[in-house]
Write a protein that binds this ligand. Structure first.
Ligand code: FES
Length: 306
């Protein structure tokens, strides 16, 4: 539930060229999303965007900081600045901000008392599954479960993020829509002669949804050795974590499990950055690059502007 206090805070942060309705933006800002891959965030600031809000990400003595990409002096983007002794330096007049957002230096007036109002807006930042997560409304942490990633029995694969000219909701539909496999993914794993989607039920689970679906559509890629016995039934478990994340666990022969976490991060109402960590407990010696290539090919097969 959005409290009145929280609501007014969020309203104050409504971005200037917001592509969402104010109501949608206020609701969506309450959730957590990944905004960058952890490996891309160093002490060199990077610019990212979430729900039309420009953000800067960087590391301050190893700790990840996510903040509004806006210096409150004259509005310069801090992502064009640099980090010095753990503090971000604005490239325009050299103001410095601590990782809590406090302005600690105004070089033109070194003896002046700095107003506490001169503050950078800092958001919570959590590093998980190789990604940096944040929430614009600074709500309590809600990051989807992704068993396997921290399990030593699994191999982790983190493909590069993928930008999509479409809404996060539409991308989620594509991830959950199994009936398009036979038409769209014919070069990777789909089969034009196996189009039927068996009936399955959807249950509520925690704050999300669970759908278990069994079919004979193989998950082995075209040209890959298919180790499934004749008539093997593939169990696929989809979990949905509102608003824009879902996981898929595919049960392979011999207790093999492939887990995929599909996180559609809404850059705006019409653009999405997809993050997709993968973990599997089989084929652990197979080159990671092959998985990344296969994953990219699957996404590129989707219709629309990728
Ligand atoms: S605009 Fe950032 S220090 Fe002036």
């Amino acid at each position: 539930m959005i409290t009145e206090d929280k609501k007014s805070t969020v309203e104050n942060q409504l971005p200037r060229d917001c592509t969402f309705t104010p109501q949608d933006w206020q609701v969506l800002a309450q959730y957590w999303y990944p905004v960058a891959q952890a490996g891309e965030v160093t002490d060199k600031p990077v610019a990212v965007k979430l729900l039309d809000v420009r953000l800067v990400c960087y590391r301050s003595n190893g700790k990840v900081v996510v903040a509004r990409d806006l210096c409150f002096h004259r509005g310069a983007p801090l992502s064009k600045g640099w980090v010095e002794n753990g503090e971000i330096v604005c490239p325009y007049h050299g103001f410095k901000y601590s990782c809590e957002g406090k302005c600690t230096s105004v070089p033109a007036h070194p003896d002046m008392k700095i107003s506490p109002k001169l503050k950078l807006i800092v958001y919570p930042a959590v590093e998980r599954y190789g990604l940096i997560w944040t929430s614009l409304a600074s709500t309590e942490e809600q990051i989807p479960d992704f068993p396997g990633w921290d399990d030593p029995d699994y191999l982790n694969v983190l493909p590069p993020s993928f930008d999509i000219a479409g809404s996060a909701g539409r991308q989620m539909e594509g991830f959950l829509d199994v009936s398009h496999f036979a038409y769209v993914h014919t070069e990777t794993f789909g089969d034009r002669n196996n189009t039927v989607v068996p009936q399955y039920t959807v249950k509520r689970e925690g704050g999300g949804l669970l759908a278990e679906y069994v079919s004979t559509v193989s998950n082995y890629g075209k040209g890959q050795d298919n180790a499934a016995p004749e008539g093997f039934e593939w169990l696929r478990e989809f979990r949905v974590f509102p608003p824009f994340a879902a996981s898929l666990t595919v049960h392979f022969p011999n207790e093999g499990k492939l887990r995929i976490l599909n996180c559609a991060s809404p850059i705006s109402a019409r653009y999405t950055r997809l993050f997709c960590p993968i973990a599997r407990n089989f084929d652990k010696d197979a080159p990671v690059e092959d998985t990344i290539k296969f994953n990219l090919q699957v996404f590129q097969e989707e219709p629309g502007d990728g």
